[in-house]
Design a protein around this ligand. Structure first.
Ligand code: ADP
Length: 635
């Protein structure tokens, strides 16, 4: 009986997108099918470890490519794990990948088109068959099952499932190729052995199982004259089957790394960085890790909050997504660890407690950090790209306590008053002036708005550099690193960030006595918002600034906590006024001439306070009133 089913809505959407976006890269369908076949062999080999009844012989696992030029069909078969009827419907009719919905929604917002890089990064898998085929037939028989099933689809919303004829374990995917040469965009003939061999070499050479194809070969007659001979058909193994990580480091080309990485990470681009080493000694293993060049879109989804590397034991894939080889904050890294000393049948939950695995994790973490430190030192532009994509995770590492020896804080980049380029803390410290008390920072939304902060005036005068903490997590990070290289990190909008000399203090206090009446009147008018009003010795240009207590929650943190729906008491701060500014002089006159209850005086006090809030990037308590007063003043 033939059963007809419809694809999950997302499959249909993705199919359209895949065909539309990847038609210029159509050859990747073969990589995807070979990759699936290889996974199926891996899975069977792993299952056979605990189930000898499956009767799997190590060297029988293989992938076969067959071509029929007359019917224009191409078949990729494997004798791996196979799929049951339910698995066929589930795996080839729905998309299990996390973030699919979000991905499609995002694309819709962009007008429904995806760059090959974006869609490639999403991982197109089996569905890429429909770029080159107008009909796909999958015949599969699950290992250990007695019946086979056939899945057929034209990629137009429906597929059918019926009993199949496959006599042995495994899966065959048959593509009915679209007419060849229909347009110039599709120059490749996928029924040509030469073409197929080239594609396999390019993308799948390292696959651990033989990829075989029957080819025609000209064989000269033994002992015959030149030109004498015949065309014979022979089975050829197209790939070298040498897993990349087992090869000598300097023998592997950048292209080979790129292809292997793409296969691992479902990425379209080459990796940003490759880390390959063999650990020797008491615990032996090989690690081949890659740092991606771009941020995968699900980096911060709850499903992918763990690191994931492939774990091999003597070249047998044990876990496709081992979470224990790297800490969660290094989850951007993709790659393989082959640890021959681990037991072959090691279970996922046992791994966590395994002392060897912990040791590997420690070492890998160190190596990744070293390699990033090296990139930072040798290739700043490339590192800046890394930081934009994955800096958040390094900060997550600092926050989660992974920052021994401050090796992670050394990797952090911060915008600074020193120039347009972000700086490291090491560079900052090297530029510190003699006698500079602290590593100064100012926290807020973005560099551009912080650059206008009145608090910077004093530091510009002193010639001391200030870092901008513009990432919401930066201030939380301070819980973990209160100091760097023995120097405390301190906010500049705090009481203690500005130290007055004795003479400055005396002069200020004398001036305050002189203007006591005005200062007190302002204080009374702003009693709900500020805790004191006094003169400032830190301001040169601005009329006013708000200063927090040394250990109080700063205005940025207050904003962030509100945004995260946390209750925070409004923090009352000190309003410091610039006695030389015309605005203060005007206030003093209004107070004297009209009295502190006059609208003239009160309106100007509200404007003064409002502009101090705006200057630091805070919002106004009464924006409507502020706007009206400003309009009145301007008119
Ligand atoms: P992915 O391989 O990224 O998971 P695919 O769309 O390529 O996505 O495949 C979906 C699922 O179908 C696979 O995860 C696998 O379970 C199953 N599958 C595909 N090809 C095969 C095959 N040759 N043998 C067994 N299972 C397969």
């Amino acid at each position: 009986m033939i059963e007809t089913r419809t694809f999950q809505a997302e499959v249909q959407e993705l199919l359209g997108l895949v065909i539309h976006s990847l038609y210029k890269h159509e050859e990747i369908f073969l990589r995807e099918l070979v990759s699936n076949a290889s996974d199926a062999c891996d899975k069977l080999r792993f299952e056979a470890l605990t189930d000898p009844a499956l009767g799997v012989k190590e060297d029988e696992l293989a992938i076969t490519i067959e071509v029929d030029r007359t019917t224009r069909t191409l078949t990729v078969s494997d004798n791996g794990i196979g799929m049951s009827r339910d698995e066929l419907a589930e795996n080839l009719g729905t998309i299990a990948r996390s973030g699919t919905k979000a991905f499609l929604r995002e694309l819709k917002d962009k007008g429904g088109t995806a760059s090959p890089a974006l869609i490639g990064q999403f991982g197109v898998g089996f569905y890429s068959s429909f770029i080159v085929a107008d009909r796909v037939v999958v015949e599969s028989r699950r290992a250990g099952a007695s019946e086979a099933w056939r899945w057929t689809s034209e990629g137009k919303g429906e597929f059918t499932i019926e009993a199949g004829a496959r006599a042995t374990r495994g899966t065959s995917v048959t593509l009915h190729l679209r007419p060849h040469g229909a347009d110039e965009e599709h120059p490749q003939d996928f029924t040509s052995a030469f073409t197929l061999r080239g594609i396999v070499k390019k993308y799948s050479d390292f696959v651990a199982f033989p990829i075989r194809m029957e080819v025609e070969r000209w064989e000269p007659k033994e002992g015959g004259k030149p030109g004498e001979g015949a065309t014979v058909r022979a089975v050829e193994t197209l790939n070298s089957m040498r897993p990349l990580w087992t090869r000598a480091k300097d023998e592997i080309t950048a292209d080979e790394h790129a292809e292997f990485y793409r296969h691992l990470a479902h990425d379209f681009e080459a990796p940003l960085e490759t880390i390959h080493f063999k650990a020797e000694g008491t615990l032996e293993y090989t690690a081949l890790l890659y740092v991606p060049a771009r941020r995968p879109m699900d980096l911060f989804s709850s499903e992918s909050s763990k690191s994931s590397l492939q774990l091999y034991v003597k070249r047998v894939l044990i876990l496709g997504d081992c979470h224990d080889l790297l800490p969660p904050w290094l989850r951007f890294a993709k790659g393989v660890v082959d640890a021959p000393d681990l037991p072959l049948n090691v279970a996922r939950d046992v791994l966590q407690q395994n002392a060897q695995v912990r040791q590997i994790q420690k070492r890998l973490t160190k190596r990744v950090c070293e390699s990033l430190a090296q990139m930072l030192e040798k290739d700043r532009a490339r590192y800046a790209g890394f930081w934009t994509n994955f800096g958040m995770l390094i900060k997550e590492g600092i926050y989660s306590g992974g920052d021994e020896d401050q090796r992670l804080s050394k990797l952090a980049l911060f915008p600074t008053t020193h120039g347009a380029e972000a700086t490291t803390l090491v560079e900052y410290v090297a530029r510190m002036k003699a006698g500079q008390e602290a590593i100064w920072y100012l926290a807020g939304d973005e560099k551009a708005s912080l650059e206008g902060s009145p608090h910077l005036e004093d530091f510009a005068k002193r010639g001391e550099e200030v870092l901008f903490f513009v990432d919401p997590v930066d201030e939380w990070l301070l819980e973990r690193f209160r100091e760097f290289d023995g120097k405390p990190l301190r906010a500049i909008d705090r009481e203690g960030a500005h130290v007055e000399s004795t003479s400055e203090k005396e002069a200020r206090e004398a001036l305050e006595r002189e203007h006591r009446a005005t200062l007190s009147a302002i204080e009374r008018e702003l009693a709900n918002h500020v805790k004191a009003v006094r003169f400032s010795t830190r301001l040169t240009e601005s009329p006013a600034a708000l200063v927090s207590d040394e250990n109080a929650i700063g205005p940025n943190m207050e904003r962030l906590m509100r945004a995260a729906n946390q209750t925070v008491e409004p923090q009352k701060r000190v309003l410091e006024l610039n006695p030389d500014h015309a605005l203060f002089q005007k206030l003093a006159r209004l107070c004297k001439e009209h009295g502190e209850t006059s609208p003239e005086f009160q309106d100007h006090v509200a404007l003064l306070h409002g502009q101090a809030l705006l200057a630091e990037g805070s919002s106004l308590p009464e924006p409507g009133r502020f706007a009206r007063l400003l309009a009145k003043l301007l008119a």
